[in-house]
Design a protein around this ligand. Sequence first.
Ligand code: ADP
Ligand code: MG
Length: 731
Amino acid sequence: MSTLRFKALETLPFKDFRRDNSVEVPAKLSELFCQNVFSEETMREYLTKEAFQSILDAMKKGSKIQRHIADQVAVAMKDWAMSKGVTHYTHWFQPLTGSTAEKHDSFFTPIEGGRAIERFSGNLLIQQEPDASSFPNGGIRNTFEARGYTAWDPTSPAFIMGTTLCIPSIFISYTGETLDYKAPLLRALNAVDEAATNVMQYFDKNVTKVTPTLGWEQEYFLVDSALYQSRPDLVLTGKTLLGHSPAKGQQLDDHYFGSIPTRVMNFMKELEIECMKLGIPVTTRHNEVAPNQFELAPMFEEVNVAVDHNSLLMDIMARIAHRHHFHILFHEKPFAGVNGSGKHNNWSLATDTGENLLSPGKNPKKNLQFLTFFVNTIKAVHEYADLLRASISSASNDHRLGANEAPPAIISVFIGSQLFRVLEELEKVTEGKLSPDEKTDLKLNVVGKIPEILLDNTDRNRTSPFAFTGNKFEIRAVGSSANCAESMTVMNTIAAKQLGDFKKEVDALIETGLKKDEAIFNVLREYIKQCKNIMFEGDGYSDDWAKEAKKRGLNNLKTTPEALKQEMDKKFVDLYEEMGIFTHREVEARNEIKLEKYSTVIDIEARVLSDIARNHIIPSALNYQNRLIENVKGLKEIFGDKEFKTLAKEQMSLITNISENISKIKLGVEGLMKAREAAKAVSDSQKQAENYCNKVKPLFDGIREASDDLEMMVDDELWPMTKYREMLFTK
Ligand code: ADP
Ligand code: MG
């Protein structure tokens, strides 16, 4: 008897404590909002006027915080935190490992005379020194200083987790190279602020700051924690490497928007309470397409805060799931045969005058403003599509992109047929000066019509990786396990670059004597012409699109190594340098880290698959085969040589079949191990990743097929691996 699986199944939900973890939600959830956040409100209460103003300036204008102010803030933070039972503090940052990092230090400080006090100073608030060598650095460590430090990011508020005060921070090497997700993001946000604010001077001189906004939608799976523990592949790789799909999958679509199981509901309720306290404004929750798959989405926020909130959320989701005896899976494709998980990133630009720049306005002037940002965004994606593709690449997201359930790896833009027609009209604008008639026509019939159009524009193309959804763009190909910062850094960098170029081009035309509006129309017309090939309104999942895209000259970078190779294109490296986001060395280091991570992931999967196949699958199959052999022998004994042949026919064919599959697995594993050794020996990271992708990964399939076949043959009682139907349908 394969004990782990059955022990896990026994502890299952039938036990009451797993279900009765009921959670009371206070009637007014809003009263909990930001309870554990050093929010503006709290700061106003705890800080002197001077310190408060200084923090606000740092948050809104990026101005420097002076030492004596930092001291005041530190003391205020400590007092506030201690009033809530906090004993420790940590710089909370997002290294390139993909998860968040913390190193807790106590406020407790011994002083002379055997006494002690609680102390926290400006020094400790501003800068700390974790051991940089234990985080990925892509070789920066070898060539530069080994040490790194974390630095307080005052634009994202401090918060309390348990009994620890967490201070959002960036992570950089001593020589100034960024070693995390946030530092480059902050640079990109500054760049787009500057570029968009400049462009806004054409439309509204009151605008002095433009802040990008992000609303993410997080998908995830929940699996009972006992069942999770019983699957070594889930534990070690975050996904199942084997497993026959259940008779019932998602064919009936009955899970989507169906009622949420009680146990899951309790998890969600507790999560929402925690989110409220931490200031994460979650609003929607529902089931997703696949069984045991769910989604959570907040109100959108400033990108920087939204990114922190998503990282924080993933962290607390995992903790709260455990309290409800669930394990949460953020892997993009934990189960074959059912949908994977993504993380849609809704992106827009907001002004300090309260406008959404991707929202059409009430008059033609506002709509020209809308069209300007709208077309420039499309142009940015057109120019830098491959960079956007690279920013969402990972071994786990490769399973999802292009698998008929998520957008393909081809980057295209969906804007809806009505807006598409508006752009076609704009494409016809006369070159140079416009006649008064044309101007009126444009105002009334093209630009003036946009709000009406959008009101009844219910187009929702779910197959596009980059879709306009009424007042924002939605990047739909981001993986569920990704840190949003990566795609957001690219998105804001390319928008900044594009808006900067646009400003130059329009100004140049104004110089030649064109009116401002004429100049804008002229530049937009050219952009639309150039970008047409990336606009696609049809079914992104279809094979026809892949063919059509090829004709249009769009790249289809199906795998991570392909995407990462493209990332090192001179055009992109230059862009990063020009925009002040990364130095050449930093781009290289990050590219290297991602390649290494890719190879490591596939390597681990290969080893885990081989171990399971050899140590669990083959022995179980042999075990069952022995039973069959006993049976056949018995039949022979009882019925004699002749008659037994008819009677034991099916058993004998099963015996042969099992042997064939065992041999497929054995040879498959031997081949896989050889390929893996060969890939491991390649020293160039790009080539190594390509090796893992093209020579190692494809060998998984044969082993899995043989094992999944055996799963259908072997007595259920002898099968060692917890089955899909058990993991996916237990509530
Ligand atoms: P759906 O796209 O599913 O129909 P919504 O339009 O309400 O739903 O928005 C989905 C997501 O878009 C939410 O997470 C929301 O926070 C985000 N969102 C809405 N407006 C903006 C905006 N201006 N900037 C960024 N994200 C936004
Ligand atoms: Mg959506």
